[in-house]
Design a binder for this molecule. Structure first.
Ligand code: SF4
Length: 234
């Protein structure tokens, strides 16, 4: 990936339901890895929403603390709940395939997280109040990592990151400027971030039309990151 470029501050997401976040302790440290550890410590053995009741473990997020590219999904499934790591089940294999085979990079180079950090029972979609309780921690992770591009995997993740209920076909169009709640528009440490919406990897299995469209999304992301011409989609 190319060196980071300084870009104009992103347009504030005024309607973001996670906007109002007080200054956080990790904002006083410059090392993103340390900042992530502070956030994880602050999360603790979280019982802020009902999702804690049936979880086996919290799935905080994994990857490079200085990643230029971050993937955000909806929430952990059974495999993720078991292993404590996001995207390690069948959807994770699809995501790995996307990262390794199609983008030509390693999973360890990116950062992967979810809107909620505990598995919703029966793999239902997380409820708005659960997202509202959990997403401030994701916002803090994004603020610490400062990715150049966030890829929202699927409609649920996209609609929780953006103040919209638009269909995914519409959300996929182009990039959006994104700034996590808690980061001021004049923050000198925030150099802007682009949000790209694509299909959830689980929806790519055998769905060729979507796969082709998702591949177009990835090509746009790679171009935005200044990455070399991708291999052919597999
Ligand atoms: Fe806490 Fe998030 Fe788990 Fe809810 S989903 S219990 S807010 S870590």
């Amino acid at each position: 990936m190319s060196p980071r470029k300084t870009t104009a501050a992103a347009v504030p997401v005024k309607e973001n339901i996670f906007e109002a976040i007080a200054p956080q302790p990790e904002q006083s440290v410059s090392d993103p890895g340390q900042a992530l550890r502070i956030i994880r410590e602050d999360l603790g053995d979280c019982t802020r929403c009902v999702l804690h009741k049936q979880r086996k473990q919290i799935v905080f997020g994994v990857g490079n603390p200085t990643a230029e590219l971050m993937f955000v999904g909806e929430g952990p499934g059974a495999d993720e709940d078991e292993k404590g790591e996001p995207f390690v089940g069948s959807a994770g294999r699809q995501l790995n395939k996307m990262i390794n085979d199609e983008m030509g990079i390693e999973r360890e180079q990116v950062y992967i997280a979810n809107i909620v950090k505990c598995r919703p029972p029966g793999n239902r979609k997380p409820k708005r109040e659960e997202c509202a309780k959990c997403s401030p921690f994701l916002m803090r992770q994004i603020a610490a990592i400062k990715p150049k591009v966030i890829v929202a995997l699927g409609a649920t993740a996209a609609k929780r990151l953006l103040p919209t209920s638009s269909p995914i076909a519409q959300l996929r169009r182009g990039f959006r400027d994104y700034r996590p709640a808690g980061v001021r528009s004049n923050d000198p440490n925030w150099h802007g971030c682009k949000l790209k919406v694509t299909y959830h990897p689980a929806s790519r299995r055998g769905e060729w039309r979507q796969k082709g469209e998702a591949w177009k999304d990835l090509q746009m992301v790679m171009k935005e990151l200044g990455m070399k011409a991708p291999k052919a989609s597999t």
